[in-house]
Design a protein around this ligand. Structure first.
Ligand SMILES: N[C@@H](CCC(=O)N[C@@H](CS)C(=O)NCC(=O)O)C(=O)O
Length: 221
């Protein structure tokens, strides 16, 4: 039995974040795939919010992807996935917060909203967030390197990437690809896709298009 057990669901981008960190660090883990429509009894003993991801580490439990990722980075420090300076760490946490409070909700609203007016608003919101990432994030922090903070991959890259791997669903159901003017974002996405840890657990565009159909095209009642 591995030291770490992760409770995950293959379609979940939040769980994908923590699985990427486990892959990148080469941590031995047991994977427990949770059927979110039919959660196993006792699941909330491990994950009190009833959500994935959650991990156990011996008799300890951690939930919430951003918190899990920082925990894993502290307990398994090689390779480090946060910058070493105080300001670098602060910047990383600002971007992780941006992902959670702004970027992910806009992505999710666009994909899930059945109303054209709401979709249009979400498209504009998401476009604004992409421009912010392009100019204020990658434009100022990544320099000549391929990742968010340049040469070294970090928790920030793994925090955003799952939504970019799923972008084909947004393009397919909402006609919103990553606009061509965001060249840094496109290069960043390409670099991430080539990373062995990312490749090891990647799924195809078709996989996401099929899995997201039920969110993007709700059945009329
Ligand atoms: N803030 C949480 C979000 C996790 C989350 O929303 N997970 C979804 C799947 S993608 C879930 O488990 N949903 C089941 C439910 O809410 O019942 C995190 O970052 O870990």
């Amino acid at each position: 039995m591995a030291e770490i057990k992760i409770y995950s669901a293959v379609v979940c981008p939040f769980a994908h974040r923590s699985r990427l960190v486990l892959q990148e660090k080469g941590i031995d883990f047991d994977l427990v795939e949770i059927d979110l429509q039919n959660k196993p009894e006792g699941f909330t003993d491990v994950s009190p919010y009833g959500k994935v991801p959650a991990i156990t580490h011996g008799d300890k439990r951690v939930w919430e992807s951003a918190v899990i990722n920082e925990y894993l980075d502290e307990v398994f420090p090689h390779p480090p996935l946060l910058p070493i300076t105080a300001i670098g760490k602060a910047q990383a946490r600002v971007w992780i917060d941006f992902a959670n409070t702004r970027f992910v909700p806009a992505f999710s609203n666009l994909l899930r909203s059945p109303e054209p007016q709401k979709q249009e608003e979400s498209k504009q919101e998401l476009y604004k967030h992409l421009a912010f990432i392009e100019n204020e994030g990658l434009g100022k922090l990544s320099g000549e390197g391929p990742y968010w903070f340049g040469e070294s991959i970090s928790l920030v890259d793994f925090t955003f990437f799952p939504w970019f791997e799923r972008w084909a669903a947004l393009k397919n159901y909402r006609g919103f690809g990553i606009p061509s003017e965001f060249t840094r974002i496109r290069q960043w996405k390409h670099a991430l896709k080539e990373r062995p840890s990312v490749k090891a657990i990647a799924h195809s565009k078709e996989f996401y298009i099929e899995r997201y159909a039920k969110f993007a095209t709700p059945v009329a009642v």
